[in-house]
Design a protein around this ligand. Structure first.
Ligand SMILES: Cc1cc2nc3c(=O)[nH]c(=O)nc-3n(C[C@H](O)[C@H](O)[C@H](O)COP(=O)(O)O)c2cc1C
Length: 196
């Protein structure tokens, strides 16, 4: 079990979000945390098929790599998740995983009958995202999606690192200050997670 888990959500392994997240991981490790890393595109995770096999006990009926990724995330106190903006929301890899977490939502709200908003966060999350354009609302969809995903995981959004006008792989290297910020947030995240 690791204290922090880092989930790389871009299909591009050497892209901008991956570079930022790996700096945050370096910061967290330098601050003394054990960090588990998952590159989502290396896992076979089907989209949710909406069969609601999870209604019985909260266990997703589709058996693939979802269970392993879910368990590694649930074992950690902090989640750092990185996704590029794709059509104003998360990447398909991240979305497929999130939708499978509907099984956790069913467990929390239907089976255990948790009242909406009546739970204490037991984990913290850091969101890292980038987009090619520079619109004011570029990250609105991403943040709303993450907020409800985090709710399902009993997690509060601790902070987000959001950078505009990064498009081609390597664009982030032209902004060493963004990478420094990611490293610093990684370090600070460890302190925040230890306060839970
Ligand atoms: C399928 C797809 C959809 C995209 N949608 C958007 C978008 O809605 N808004 C935007 O600003 N950039 C969009 N982009 C650009 C990416 O966000 C941008 O290239 C980003 O730097 C990719 O991050 P990565 O290197 O971590 O994969 C899209 C790119 C792809 C491939």
């Amino acid at each position: 079990m690791s204290e922090i888990i880092a989930v790389y959500g871009s299909p591009r392994k050497k892209g901008n979000t991956a570079a930022l997240l790996s700096r945050a991981v370096a910061g967290a490790r330098d601050a003394g945390a054990e960090v588990d890393e998952i590159i989502l595109r290396d896992y076979k995770i089907s989209p949710c098929l909406e069969i609601y096999g999870c209604k019985k006990d909260g266990e997703c009926a589709i058996k693939d790599d979802f269970q392993e990724v879910r368990d590694r995330i649930l074992a950690a106190k902090g989640l750092m998740i990185a996704s590029p903006v794709f059509f104003y929301t998360v990447s398909a890899h991240v979305k497929a995983f999130m939708d499978r977490c509907q099984s956790l939502w069913v467990k929390k709200y239907w089976i255990d009958k948790t009242a909406f908003g009546m739970w204490e966060p037991s984990r913290k999350g850091l969101v890292i995202s980038v987009g090619a354009t520079r619109g004011k609302k570029l990250f609105d969809g991403m943040l709303l999606t993450m907020k409800y995903f985090f709710d399902t995981l009993d997690m509060e959004l601790w902070d987000s690192l959001l950078f505009r006008q990064l498009d081609f792989a390597g664009d982030v290297e032209k902004h060493p200050e963004y990478l420094d910020q990611a490293y610093e947030r990684g370090q600070a995240f460890v302190r925040a997670v230890r306060k839970i």
